[in-house]
Design a protein around this ligand. Structure first.
Ligand code: GBH
Length: 490
């Protein structure tokens, strides 16, 4: 006899939220894994004990409260308030109001069962002018958040720069166009590390050079909205990696012993078109060259010859001391992975070619988010095989879906679950082969301000009704809770 299994079971597991208190819903009932310990049908696709399951957000995308407690303006405040820059002229003024609702949001995480939370610290809360006098009230917010996470048994992973540069630095020195910003970033990093490293054991310097520098200073679709000529632009890239390196040194100088430091980069993930030795080797060559300006120089302490040759007279100007700083040893590499590029071997001097996606290649709600699950296998595998990195985190992975609440108020995001199931299966493949991925942070805990897309693209495990700030777990939240509880893909 047919019955409406999916709808009824889902409603039982997560439905409480739709009608009542949010935090209770996903986690309140006995985890299914506990009931199922003896009846589990499969142990395939299992992760090792202690694998760190987490979720992620970033300050400007969730906090709101942009003028509260002495926070200074960031380049994203100015950019989003400039008409025509963000879809619907949306801003992060309120976003998810996480600044006031962080306790509720930590409860959502606890209900999911995550063991780690990756969040970012807003530089303009801590130094409203970018440099100079710190604003203690700014750091207080993160102290409150850390206390709440600690009480919930969730390990904090803090990112120092997720794109919200103090506007004062943009005005005074041109932001990342100047190495003054690199130095200011290091001062801020040391200041925060000294004060938070009693509880924060993992610090990421910078989130995604490959996004904020390219889109903010070359393409102009992200803050500060510039379209620099190649020479100034390559110098900007250099200043950004220099900022990372100087910050690593400052963190080492000021943090408690044992604090680990790394970065979170959306490296270009190169997947071989065919898994044969010749194409696998080409994908490794491509990984070094297509990440030359960021990850490669950070991990090797020098630019590749091909990068400098291609830049020619537009190459960045730098000193050996700067390269040494950029190449400061780090403890782990974080990789934000959404989509791969496919690479094949060829007879060119570079020894590889990127194969463009055919028009029919499937993507999620965001047109750029092509579905290539094997990115979660090849990304970390390439990093570990090329650079012998021994500790890797997937610092972001997730997707946008159309996410329209059904008549019963719930969001049945089966496409997001399909995406996650396939990506996590490829991650599991790598981990089971010994690729040293220690944890995974799903982007994102909840729908939020998606930069130039405003609120039009939703990446959350929780649906946010922006009119009421009500959070409702999507079906994917149940999926992720079960993955965590069972420590395997399902
Ligand atoms: C990450 O960027 C960010 O770290 C995070 O803040 C963000 O919310 C999340 O992913 C989801 O996007 O529209 O053609 O100009 C991922 C890298 C950079 C990919 C911006 C999409 C825009 C492409 N993203 N890019 S386009």
């Amino acid at each position: 006899m047919r019955r409406d299994v999916s709808r009824r079971d889902f409603a039982r597991v997560v439905g409480a939220t739709a009608v009542g208190a949010s935090a209770a819903l996903v986690g309140a009932s006995t985890p299914v894994a506990a009931q199922a310990a003896g009846t589990e049908t499969s142990r395939s696709l299992a992760f090792p004990d202690g694998f760190l399951w987490g979720t992620a957000t970033a300050a400007y995308q969730v906090e709101g409260a942009v003028t509260e407690d002495g926070r200074g303006p960031s380049i994203w405040d100015i950019f989003s308030h400039t008409p025509g820059k963000v879809a619907g002229n949306a801003t992060g003024d309120v976003a998810d109001d996480h600044y006031h609702r962080y306790k509720e949001d930590v409860a959502l995480m606890k209900a999911l069962g995550v063991k780690g939370y990756r969040f970012s610290i807003a530089w303009p809360r801590v130094f409203p002018d970018g440099t100079g006098a710190p604003n203690p009230k700014g750091l207080d917010f993160y102290n409150r958040l850390l206390d709440e996470l600690h009480a919930a048994g969730i390990e904090p992973y803090a990112t120092l720069y997720h794109w919200d540069l103090p506007q004062a630095l943009q005005d005074r020195v041109g932001g990342w166009e100047s190495s003054e910003t690199s130095k200011a970033f290091a001062e801020y990093a040391g200041y925060v590390a000294e004060r938070l490293s009693d509880r924060v054991k993992h610090i990421f310097t910078i989130n995604e050079f490959g996004a904020f520098v390219e889109l903010g200073y070359r393409v102009g679709v992200h803050a500060p909205g510039l379209t620099l000529a190649p020479k100034a632009f390559n110098q900007t890239r250099h200043n950004a990696v220099l900022g990372h390196g100087l910050a690593v040194q400052a963190i080492r100088a000021h943090a408690k012993p044992g604090t680990k430091v790394g970065l979170a980069e959306n490296m270009t993930v190169c997947a071989p078109v065919l898994e044969t030795p010749v194409h696998v080797a080409a994908a490794e060559r491509a990984t070094r060259e297509l990440n030359a300006q960021y990850l490669t120089v950070i991990l090797e302490g020098k630019y590749t010859e091909a990068y400098l040759a291609a830049a020619g007279a537009d190459a960045p100007v730098f000193t050996d001391a700067e390269l040494a700083a950029i190449g400061s040893p780090i403890d782990f590499v974080g990789i934000n992975i959404y989509t791969p590029v496919y690479v094949r071997a060829d007879d060119s001097p570079a020894g590889f070619t990127v194969v463009p996606h055919p028009a029919s290649f499937p993507h999620m709600a965001s047109p750029w988010l092509f579905v290539g699950p094997e990115a979660l296998y090849w990304g970390p595998r390439n990093v570990s095989s090329i650079w012998k990195v021994g500790e890797i985190y997937i610092t972001e992975n997730g997707c946008s879906s159309s996410d329209v609440p059904a008549a019963d108020g719930l969001v049945y995001d089966t496409d997001r679950i399909m995406y996650l199931r396939n990506y996590l299966s490829q991650l599991q493949r790598g981990v089971s082969e010994g690729v040293p991925v220690r944890g995974y942070f799903l982007w994102s805990l909840m729908d939020n301000f998606e930069w130039a897309d405003g609120y039009t693209n939703r990446f959350g495990l929780h649906y946010v009704d922006y009119a009421t700030q009500k959070r409702t777990p999507k079906l994917s939240a149940s999926f992720y809770r079960e993955v965590i509880a069972r420590n395997r893909v399902l």
